[in-house]
Design a protein around this ligand. Structure first.
Ligand SMILES: Nc1ncnc2c1ncn2[C@@H]1O[C@H](COP(=O)(O)OP(=O)(O)OP(=O)(O)O)[C@@H](O)[C@H]1O
Ligand SMILES: [Mg+2]
Length: 346
């Protein structure tokens, strides 16, 4: 537990902070109880996840590991002081909350979300982006903000977290609370709470758009997220292969099913064609030409835009300087996409 540091407490470790209140050993089993001085430590979920990860690293494979969190003092009454009691106060001044989703992983959701955010900001909108991928956060790398530590403050008995501002966008990611290279291991409900905190406990202020970079898939986390965050709707990212069709269907259904009834602002066809840097006029439709349009027609949603595969999009993502900052054709494609989304959102 000495390996687990509390970023909100000058990086002191859990032992030093007196937070390890109990360690119970059983046959092939370890249980650690962490004690939190107050109910609403914004890092509680993160610390429990880190403690679990440290135990997995340090103990023989197959050991059953449990990390429990307890609160040392009862929170005073009438305070919204429980993770499950997050209020919608911090997103009250956000005009459009829009999820960027897909049924399938690796289609370029994060790339599209980050560039869309930067492009909307370049068009003059006030923009925030919450990275809801608690297992594999991408925003710190894609914006070169790794190592940034968001400030947290207690206000009227509530903890608020301040986003990191760069490129005219307010960013928030669970990655800011992890040690570099540290894998985050979460159990389902904890992951859900952690990521709701990354959205609802953040002082976004007045925004035109809050984009949510959704984790890959269409599981429980998604359903809970769509239900608990007042999202207006979603942008669905896909690649043109016809095999992606079933995944798009899942992605669309997640928002558009009867229970949820959210809007789909449109489809973004990523990797629509390949353009080599030395032949910028050439388009090679590696996965076929009409895939995106046909998909959009089939689901009765607009095709918001098409983004080519170009090396510079990947490179600028890895370098933390989103392509949308440039005036290259790939940068302009994101600006055009942002304009279409703003138009669709109204
Ligand atoms: N249009 C593009 N041109 C070139 N490379 C791209 C393009 N879109 C995405 N990539 C690259 O593809 C990889 C995957 O993209 P990204 O991380 O955005 O996908 P994702 O859908 O968010 O993945 P995950 O499901 O893991 O969250 C990254 O290396 C990214 O730089
Ligand atoms: Mg991603």
């Amino acid at each position: 537990m000495r390996e687990v540091r509390h970023p909100g407490k000058g990086d002191r470790d859990l032992v030093d902070l007196g937070m390890v209140s109990d360690i119970r050993l059983g046959e092939g089993r370890v249980e650690v109880v962490l004690a939190f001085p107050k109910r609403r430590d914004p890092l509680a979920e993160y610390l429990a996840g880190s403690a679990r990860a440290a135990l997995y690293r340090g103990l023989p494979g197959g050991t059953e590991i449990e990390v429990k969190s307890v609160v040392m003092e009862e929170a005073p009454k009438n305070k919204r002081s429980n993770v499950n009691n997050l209020t919608l106060e911090e997103v009250a001044q956000v005009r459009h909350i829009i999820g960027v989703a897909s049924g399938k992983g690796g289609v370029g959701k994060s790339t599209v979300a980050v560039n869309l955010a930067v492009a909307l900001a370049r068009l003059g909108y006030r923009v925030g982006l919450a990275d809801a991928d608690v297992y594999g956060p991408s925003v710190p790398l894609m914006t070169a903000t790794e190592g940034a530590l968001p400030e947290a403050e207690e206000e009227d008995g509530r903890e608020v977290i301040f986003p990191i501002e760069k490129y005219g966008v307010k960013w928030m990611s669970i990655g800011y609370f992890a040690q570099p290279g540290q894998a985050l291991i979460w159990r389902g409900p904890m992951a859900c709470n952690a990521l709701k905190q990354m959205i609802l406990q953040v002082r976004w202020g007045v925004l035109d758009f809050l984009l949510i970079d959704m984790p890959p898939g269409t599981g429980d986390i998604h359903i809970s997220l769509v239900g608990d965050i007042p999202m207006e709707g979603a942008v669905i990212v896909t690649t043109p292969q016809s095999v992606a069709l079933a995944d798009v269907e899942k992605g669309v259904d997640m928002f558009r099913n009867e229970k949820v009834g959210k809007k789909i602002f449109g489809l973004v066809e990523n990797m629509a064609w390949f353009t080599p840097a030395e032949l910028p006029e050439n388009k090679y439709y590696i996965f076929g030409k009409e895939g995106g349009i046909r998909m959009a027609e089939r689901f009765g949603i607009p095709l918001l835009g098409q983004i080519p595969i170009v090396q510079s999009i990947r490179e600028s993502g890895d370098a933390g300087e989103p392509a949308a900052l440039s005036s290259r054709p790939d940068g302009l494609a994101f600006i055009e996409l942002a304009r279409k989304l703003a138009e669709a959102a109204g």
